[in-house]
Design a protein around this ligand. Structure first.
Ligand code: AMP
Length: 419
């Protein structure tokens, strides 16, 4: 014996049933919502050349501090993806699908973050990206699809916050103004925000330290720096949302963690839990990113929704409960197990969700397992049944419901009772 005691690494966790079923089910609902709107799935690698992510901007925490990068045995410098937009854009540049390219994705991302409730080092997202369209009404479509997805999950306490970060030029002017504003009163800023100011003045707006609150509320507003074009785009986005009756509030302080956003930026907040980690999804427009990654000038817009946090919101709102029990029929064979082998195969081939017991356990032990499996019916086979080509069919929801049926009619009988 040794004293090995392996645990999942910090910030990661095992997701067992029934939680795993909810994760899968959530992805299925998402796929349904977006494929109804013409989006097709893209599956990109979980790691890329580190430069792909570095193009997201050296000032973002995700790139600067949180990347899981490593050298492979061939000496390549690679990184586990911290998000999927960069990978999707890299794939677009590599394959040049026809535009508009409307893609959706799902899967894990990796960030070396301080782990806490709703913040993990490996977390899963579902998302969409559209490449090749400038139309502000596409921004609206994208947000509306996220909205519809939350609605399908039964979430009611979701708030949409919207901002425009203007064009690159608008934003640079705003960043200068912010820099000036915060530098004037530098000593009033928290030490952490002073450091943030050096690398990324926009992110100072994200600080929720009390000491910074006053200076942040007095900071210039992005909305005063929008060029005419950006303002027009922003107005159309808001009109589009209004026309679909999707409620939203404009939050000029919303900057998002990733630096590539141009014009539209948005975030979905769950009001059902107070944790600091209540952002359940977010996205925006990133018109320069395809070029930044070496492709032709192509606009882009999309979002990513955090699967883990969305499920926390579902828990808080008591919605999106577990799907029905997975097993319909449980075969109990007290003749050695061969009958169960044949029957389970037969029933599964006919489309019944079927399980069985192993190791030639006693009748009592097998019945216990049948109950635990959540199955609705047990099919019981003993020597007598084998001899007479029959089985016993027992309704597990009622202690009295039991009948002997011929083997030939099992499927017909089950179908009548189950469907
Ligand atoms: P981002 O890619 O940072 O825009 O994040 C999009 C969404 O992914 C967020 O709104 C969260 O729901 C989720 N998310 C981001 N980082 C994490 C994390 N470390 N753990 C769990 N969920 C996360």
């Amino acid at each position: 014996m040794n004293d090995l005691n392996f645990r999942a690494p910090k910030g990661t966790r095992d997701i067992l049933w029934p939680d795993s079923a909810r994760h899968q089910f959530l992805t299925e609902v998402f796929a349904e919502v977006v494929s109804e709107a013409g989006y097709t799935q893209v599956i990109t690698p979980m790691f890329e050349h580190v430069e792909v992510f570095q193009r997201l901007g050296g000032a973002t925490d995700v790139v600067r501090k949180e990347m899981y990068d490593f050298q492979d045995k061939g000496g390549r410098h690679l990184a586990l993806r911290p998000e999927q937009t960069a990978s999707v854009v890299r794939a677009f540049n590599e394959h040049r699908p026809a535009i508009p390219w409307k893609a959706w994705y799902t899967g894990p991302n990796f960030r070396y973050e301080r782990s806490q409730k709703g913040r993990f080092r490996q977390f899963s997202q579902v998302g969409i990206e559209v490449l090749g369209v400038e139309d502000p009404y596409l921004d609206v479509e994208v947000m509306a699809l996220a909205w519809r997805f939350y609605e399908r999950l039964g979430l009611r306490q979701v708030k949409l916050e919207l901002n425009s970060l203007g064009s690159k030029e608008d934003r640079n002017k705003f960043i200068d103004a912010l820099q000036q504003h915060f530098t004037q009163s530098l000593s009033e800023l928290s030490e952490e925000s002073q450091k943030t100011l050096e690398v990324n003045p926009l992110r100072v707006l994200d600080s929720n330290r009390e000491q910074d609150a006053h200076l942040i509320s007095a900071a210039p507003s992005m909305l005063d720096f929008l060029s005419e074009d950006s303002e027009e785009h922003f107005t159309q986005v808001q009109e589009g949302l209004n026309s679909l009756n999707i409620p939203f509030s404009v939050n000029p302080k919303l900057v998002r963690g990733l630096d590539y956003y141009i014009r539209t930026a948005f975030e979905f907040i769950s009001e059902s839990f107070d944790a600091a980690q209540n952002a359940i999804g977010g996205g925006g427009r990133y018109d320069g990113l395809v070029e930044d990654l070496g492709g032709p000038s192509t606009p882009g817009v999309g979002f990513a929704i955090g699967t883990d946090r969305t499920l926390l919101a579902c828990d808080a709102e008591k919605t999106f409960q577990m799907p029905e029990a997975a097993i319909e029929v449980f075969v109990v064979d007290v003749t050695g197990g061969m009958e169960a082998l044949k029957l389970t195969t037969e029933l599964r081939n006919a489309g019944f969700k079927t399980d069985r017991a192993w190791d030639n356990r006693s009748m009592k032990a097998q019945m216990k397992l049948a109950d635990r499996s959540g199955a609705l019916f047990a099919i019981i086979v003993g020597e007598e049944e084998v001899a007479s080509d029959t089985v016993i069919l027992r309704d597990l929801r009622e202690s009295t419901g039991q009948s002997k049926i011929t083997r030939e009619t099992i499927q017909e009988d089950l179908r009548k009772r189950l469907r």
